[in-house]
Design a protein around this ligand. Sequence first.
Ligand SMILES: [Zn+2]
Length: 492
Amino acid sequence: MSDGSLLAGLEPRSFWGHFEALTKIARPSRHEEPVIEHVRAWAAANGLEVKQDAGRNLVIPVPATPGRESADTIILQGHLDMVCEKEPSSPNDPAEGRIVLQRDGDWLSADGTTLGADDGVAIAAMMALVEDASLPHGPLELLMTVAEEVGLEGANALDGSLLTGSVLLNLDSEEDGRLTVGCAGSTDTWIRITTAREPAADGAASLSVSVSGGAGGHSGSGIALGRSNAVKVLGRALREAHETVPFRLVSLDGGKSRNAIPRDAAAVVSVAADREADFRSAIETANATIRDAFAKTDAGVSVAVSPGEAAADPWSDAATTTLLDAVALVPTGPLAMSPDFDGLVETSTSLGEAITEGDQLTLHSLSRSSNDAAMPDVIATLDAVAGLAGGTLEEKFNYGGWRPNLDSAALAAGKTVYERLFGERPIVTAVHAGLESAVIAGKVEHDLDMLSFGPQIEFPHSPDERVSIPTVERFWRLLVGFVDEASKPAGA
Ligand SMILES: [Zn+2]
């Protein structure tokens, strides 16, 4: 770090030096070669061997400091890639290694771009820790993954046989003061229902029914906020209208991503011209009830009718009933709460997308649980919906959950060190979303005792990304304290 650096004078000095060096190296997901070379050169300079798997993840074994040789091996883990976002007008671009640091009091950010504190802090901390011979630790394995930000691709391709450690410290948490001890696994499912279309009745009117205005949000961490799911709201309004006004469904589409609660959905229906007014008023009635249902949790949601494109062959009457029943049956929302943490969802499922293609309606859900044993029942429910509707279920297991273990030795050591250093208790928690550690645990043959923590990082993945400088020092002290505590010889 040069003396003129914005970071001059910050502690720990060697951490900030490594962090600043990383801001000058392009490391977008799937294009980590320059930063891999940087790490290789650093390892060579420090006499360390670098192992790399076919997925391009790095594992760097580090010998224990004197007297700590018999301790359990700890895996320190973070990801090499970063989300490279920029303001359109900014000349800076992380994808080309141009991050210009800026400081606002205790906050460090980048001018017009993402900062890459997610997860540059992990890589810089590993390097600074290993270099400093005065910091005691047992045998370590530095696990630096690639392509975390694109669906945990690197971790998914990890060769777990490169790892021998029994404790894993994930350094990719973004909330200071917290020790994270669990996360959700996930499975995607697609219900596919192919059913008959028939020519539209003579003179039928074509109408479009659309849902918009909901707040949406992350389908895992935001699943218990009571937000409306536009596909479910659309299905509900249509089904309610269908009880009094016959119509035939032409198409039903909504949602943009498996990961987000759908905010928009639209259907086209074919209705007898002399029942159009009745249909409109039935949707209006449904809209009023739906808005009332979400008055406190998603007040913006609404259902509207407009003229639709003429459709020659809607689904048949029977098919329409089946499809609306299927949408009504697909569960969405929290299914079980955590037995360990108040207010945390353990199991949920979210209907993320509805897609009409020809005669087929596809309903794509993402189900999550930190309790792997709970998941088969969720999948069975979706499978039953598919079965009742005469359709099929395709299932894709992504990764298992990380089930909180409150008796974990790693957690006990983390709490002890935290309390000793900061004179207060950490918040022990879990997240209802995916973390790389869950994937990694699934790739390693032996059991891993896992813990995750990090400094305070706000607005990650956006040009507003910033890291709190004082919490970086706390993060560093906790990391140093942990590897010391966990490697102390018995009775010391
Ligand atoms: Zn990250």
